[in-house]
Ligand binder design. Structure first.
Ligand SMILES: Nc1ncnc2c1ncn2[C@@H]1O[C@H](COP(=O)(O)OP(=O)(O)OP(=O)(O)O)[C@@H](O)[C@H]1O
Length: 410
């Protein structure tokens, strides 16, 4: 993209969405009947004023936002919240029932897997088709073709009909076309998740590179991805913006709250040992009853098990730490033989991990009791306890480590 274009276009609004709404009908027959009625009565176009009719619902309701060059809007929300419908309206694939979309410039979109491709045409022919739709001349597409094919890593398969491509290959081609055609607005749906890790990394690198010149709209269920690239966010719920603004962290917290699972689950139990209790010591409790520790403090637990069957030695206890997305973040070093004693069939111990440098957020612990050496399990419990790390810095990377800078003078 040329420099002068970005300077001239600095901070211009590229996407303006005003009062956008779209309704769907839950049943096809009724939907067809309403369609016919609408056509006959000619009410299409003045749909704004209409109420919902039986079996209809708002998939998108009264969405408003403005997006400038260099900004990235994240759309998050649970399944069926209306994110893809909103993207499809923005990309002109479906018409809204009310509201207005104004987009300036060229739109690159990667929405549904394979959408925008003609399945019986080859990858190469589809690149020409898509380029033409985006307003490029044949010569311009010729000059970009090799870059697109190389980016998609589809050199060997570019003359094969797209219908025979794997899901990952379709995403590669889709992203390569959308991103390499110098879009002013780039719309990306969850489909990126289909690509393999190498390709996803490449996509993020590209998004980072083109973002200063582009307005990006990004739908994802991956909060680390959202926090990595988005400068604005809309949390959607039943078509509406439940939260909207530039506090991406707050929206992500709200999103997680919806899926909070405080149930502890026994996932393996051979009947030989039972957990009596596990408590965080020295923490304070939030209003919602969650244990809170400050960043950099020690995590201290008091744990009590009782034996249900005789055992040769006290088991090895393994505690694994998970973040809110249930990604394992860390494993704590296990006890060694002789560290813990057995008293009247009761095993009671304290557990301490010093200087917790996890970023702010909620974490949970899975605990297993295992046989030493063979690591055969007696008991495994998921989400046995949760706690919140408090810090005033909004950091979405898993760790916030102590560090010091100084002049290097030798
Ligand atoms: N063509 C359609 N006809 C009827 N209902 C539809 C149609 N397309 C979507 N819907 C409904 O609209 C609602 C919003 O769907 P949408 O695909 O926009 O959600 P989403 O937030 O993208 O969900 P996900 O995270 O699962 O992709 C859902 O209830 C869905 O069933």
């Amino acid at each position: 993209m040329s420099e002068d274009r970005s300077i001239v276009a600095d901070k211009e609004v590229l996407v303006k969405v005003e009062g956008l709404s779209k309704k769907f009908c839950k049943d096809l027959k009724t939907s067809l009947w309403y369609g016919v009625k609408d056509l006959i009565s000619g009410v299409r176009g003045s749909a704004e004023e209409r109420e919902l009719r039986p079996k209809e619902f708002w998939a998108v309701k009264d969405i408003n936002f403005e997006l400038r060059r260099g900004e990235c809007l994240g759309l998050i929300g649970h399944n069926g919240a209306g994110k893809s419908t909103l993207l499809k309206i923005l990309n002109g694939l479906i018409n809204p029932d009310a509201g207005k979309v104004t987009i300036r410039g060229r739109v690159g979109a990667l929405i549904e897997l394979g959408a925008g491709f003609n399945p019986i045409l080859s990858g190469r022919e589809n690149i020409y088709n898509n380029g033409a739709i985006l307003g490029f001349s044949r010569e311009e597409i010729d000059s970009k073709l090799e870059d697109i094919i190389a980016f998609a890593e589809l050199e060997e398969f570019i003359d094969m009909p797209v219908q025979h491509y794997s899901s990952g290959m379709k995403v590669r081609l889709g992203f390569a076309v959308a991103a390499q055609m110098e879009p002013d607005v780039l719309i990306i749906d969850e489909v990126l998740a289909v690509g393999d890790l190498g390709f996803v990394l490449k996509c993020f690198k590209t998004i980072d590179t083109i973002l200063p010149h582009t307005a990006v709209i990004f739908v994802s269920h991956s909060m680390p991805m959202v926090s990595r690239i988005c400068s604005q966010i809309i949390l959607m719920d039943q078509g509406k913006a439940q939260f909207q603004g530039d506090d991406v962290g707050k929206a992500i917290d709200l999103y997680y709250t919806r899926f909070a699972d405080n149930e502890s689950n026994i996932v393996f139990d051979d009947g030989s040992i039972r957990l009596n209790s596990i408590d965080v010591i020295g923490s304070k409790r939030s209003k919602d009853g969650i244990e809170q520790i400050n960043w950099g403090e020690n995590l201290k637990l008091r744990v009590s098990f009782s034996l249900q069957k005789p055992m040769e030695e006290v088991p090895m206890f393994r505690l694994i730490l998970f973040d809110k997305e249930q990604r394992p973040v860390a494993v704590f070093k296990e006890n060694e033989i002789g560290d813990i004693n057995l008293k009247d069939k009761i095993i009671e111990f304290g557990f301490e991990s010093k200087n917790i440098q996890l970023s702010k957020g909620i974490y949970s612990i899975n605990i297993s009791a295992l046989k030493f050496v063979t690591e055969e399990p007696f008991l495994r419990i998921n989400n046995v306890i949760s706690f919140q790390v408090i810090h005033d810095r909004d950091v979405w990377q898993p760790f916030l480590l102590h560090s010091k800078f100084k002049t290097f003078d030798s």
